[in-house]
Design a protein around this ligand. Structure first.
Ligand code: SF4
Length: 249
């Protein structure tokens, strides 16, 4: 598996060149809607999963060939579990002037060292699907010892010192659709630059909420800059996929 992939058409960033510091399914969560599938290695322990020299080589090979708008650190799990994340960020910065983003489940943002590592990025997309531990356990099924209150505090601390764009994404499914008000209040306190209102349109064990349900949810976030998945290209692809499936039936 390559540590550099893409470009993928991202509903958030345009054409994105992905850097995967894990190349295997490792995450501190096991979200019920995860499109990768059940987490194979649920942990909060950091490790070096891909050697920095290999990432550097993959970047050197793919960067000149691929026309992208942004480099995004993401992949098969939670990228902040990579012990060599600071070296990876440094290598990307050395090799390209493209903006650098990361997609994180926010589970390590309660750690001051991690917040310092992420300071050098241009965009950080954080995740928050639950306002309390009971819903957090039901949706994100985190490794024992993680508490959503600590994660929220971590995101707020990061917001207060980070000079880049901090964005927040929430996946709405049946289990949390009635808590949009509570989640919106927390989002108001965080004051992200953008809020992505998501529902699993791609392959997932969870059924997506309807367009009307998502628009109703978006209403709770009034005053913040929101973007719903139903306004994205992903929705156009989803509609095409549904059409294809109905023709094949
Ligand atoms: S945080 Fe992301 S990668 Fe981890 S289980 Fe949830 S959806 Fe999957």
């Amino acid at each position: 598996m390559k540590s550099v992939f893409g470009p993928v058409s991202s509903w958030r960033f345009g054409r994105s060149l992905g850097v995967d510091p894990l190349c295997q399914n490792i995450c501190s969560f096991d979200c019920v809607y995860c499109q990768i599938g059940p987490t194979l290695n649920k942990t909060i322990q950091k490790g070096t999963f891909i050697d920095i020299d290999r990432i550097r080589e993959d970047l050197k090979r793919f960067l000149p060939e691929i026309n992208s708008d942004v480099v995004t650190i993401s992949g098969y799990g939670e990228p902040t579990l990579a012990k060599n994340l600071d070296e990876i960020i440094e290598a990307i910065r050395e090799l390209t002037d493209l903006p650098l983003a990361i997609l994180t489940n926010s589970s390590t943002l309660s750690l001051g060292k991690m917040r310092r590592t992420l300071m050098d990025l241009d965009v950080i997309v954080t995740k928050l699907d639950a306002h309390d531990d009971s819903l957090f356990k039901e949706i994100n099924r985190p490794i024992r010892g993680l508490h959503v209150g600590d994660i929220i505090k971590g995101i707020k601390k990061f917001r207060n010192s980070f000079e880049g764009r901090l964005e927040l994404q929430t996946m709405f499914i049946e289990k949390n659709k009635d808590y949009a008000d509570e989640l919106a209040k927390i989002a108001m306190e965080i004051q992200p630059d953008k809020v992505y209102i998501n529902t699993p349109l791609r392959h997932s064990l969870e059924t997506p909420l309807s367009e009307d349900q998502i628009y109703e949810i978006e209403g709770y976030f009034e005053g913040l800059d929101t973007f719903s998945v139903y306004k994205s290209k992903k929705y156009e692809l989803y509609k095409e996929e549904l059409k294809r499936r109905s023709i094949q039936r």
